[in-house]
Design a protein around this ligand. Structure first.
Ligand SMILES: *Cc1c(COP(=O)(O)O)cnc(C)c1O
Length: 378
């Protein structure tokens, strides 16, 4: 029997600390001043630096992107029985906080042109539920949604818009950073995102009062009093000063990470786009993506599952496109407005390894496997 060599694992997207060691410098500062928690200088500065980077007036550093969505909904006044429109093609963290607030999600289909919320489906939903309280749009895989049309509809119906920009830090729509168009924007620094703090999130808004209020809720809603007094329900959602130090260091290499992600995307596109049935994620002239995950659809006799299995045999990680929320056992009792686009993207989509530590040799390995599976069956 021949001994098979275990090949080096290629990841979808894994943490990548700066070569310069920026993160450690900020962490060291926190340790040297014995100020590792709760809040502190790293948190204050990370909020300021982040707000400047994306072009928002204010930001609140939180324990996760999910917490940021939860507080955005609360700030929007979403409560029991309220309807919230939510993009169906996304990660469950977008939708779960709607349930935390005892509100009712209505899921909205995607558009082939953006993979994100379809303005046509959104308009149809507004006609069906004119009393809706908030809309959550997502910028998946670093592609931006068609914001002009979505904003126009939200203005027309006078509804709060929340942007889930967890996957789109570094993505611009018509020159403006995603997450800054709506009333609230949220970001994530989870381990697989374009930059990471090991775990964390950010809520941004131009409404400074609302951000101050979010910070208050996130620190157990402690009233101004020496004794512990609470007039509102509180949460433990703040980011620690150590974690914020990682964030400050990572923010310095964001542009480098976007550049590498774009390089990976262009490599795949050059090598794979001519293959039978392959279509890459959409590009639009008004969208400057961060290319967080290079993704494509495959419509041929070779199924995405065949490609993903072949990659796994070579110790290469890949994933299907998100399974839409209206198809999830937990969420399927809620209404869905659309025409089957998100189902199709889920059925045909593949997210390719887009780890910024990948070498050209790694990219070659991925491309070779995909080419052999597709060409073999042609
Ligand atoms: C990662 C992610 C979140 C959640 O962020 P966490 O920081 O992990 O809570 C929300 N929405 C989308 C689209 C995500 O990809």
């Amino acid at each position: 029997m021949e001994a098979t060599e275990v090949k080096e694992r290629i990841f979808l997207s894994s943490p990548h600390m700066s070569d310069e060691g920026y993160e450690m410098e900020y962490i060291k500062e926190a340790f040297d001043t014995n100020w590792i928690a709760p809040l502190g200088e790293n948190v204050n500065q990370f909020e300021k630096e982040f707000a400047t980077k994306v072009g928002s007036k204010a930001a609140a550093a939180l324990s996760s992107g999910t917490a940021a969505i939860h507080l955005a909904l609360k700030a929007a006044g979403v409560g029991e029985g309220d309807i919230v429109f939510c993009q169906s093609l996304t990660f469950s963290a977008t939708a779960n906080p709607i349930i935390y607030q005892n509100a009712i999600p209505v899921f909205i289909d995607s558009d082939e042109k953006t993979w994100n919320m379809s303005p046509e489906a959104l308009e149809e939903a507004f006609e069906k539920y004119p009393n809706v309280k908030a809309v959550i749009v997502v910028h998946l895989y670093g592609l931006s949604a068609d914001m002009d049309k979505i904003l126009e509809l939200c203005k027309k119906y006078n509804v709060t818009l929340i942007e889930d920009a967890a996957e789109s830090l570094g993505t611009y729509y018509k020159g403006q950073h995603t997450g800054t168009f709506g009333d609230y924007g949220i970001f994530s620094f989870n381990g697989n995102k374009i930059i990471t703090t090991s775990g964390g999130g950010m809520l941004v808004s131009n409404n400074e009062e609302k951000i101050a209020k979010a910070r208050f809720w996130a620190t157990q809603s402690r009233d101004q009093a020496r004794h512990y007094q609470h007039s509102e329900l509180g949460f433990n959602y703040r980011m620690s000063n150590v974690v914020a130090g990682i964030g400050r260091g990572q923010l310095k290499v964001l542009d480098q990470r976007v550049e590498k992600k774009r390089y990976i995307y262009e490599y795949y596109k050059r090598e794979l786009s001519e293959l039978e049935g392959v279509q890459f994620m959409p590009s639009n002239e008004w969208n400057e993506p961060n290319y967080w995950l290079s993704s494509m659809t495959l419509t041929s006799i070779v199924r995405p599952a065949d490609v993903m299995e072949a990659l796994e045999r070579e110790n290469i990680e890949s994933r299907p496109v998100w399974k839409p929320m209206h198809m999830q056992p937990f969420f399927k009792k809620y209404d869905f407005v659309g025409k089957g686009v998100s189902e199709r993207l889920f059925g045909n989509g593949i997210c390719l390894p887009s780890d910024t530590k990948m070498t050209d040799g790694n990219l070659e390995r991925v491309v070779k496997v995909i080419k052999s599976v597709i060409e073999e069956n042609d």
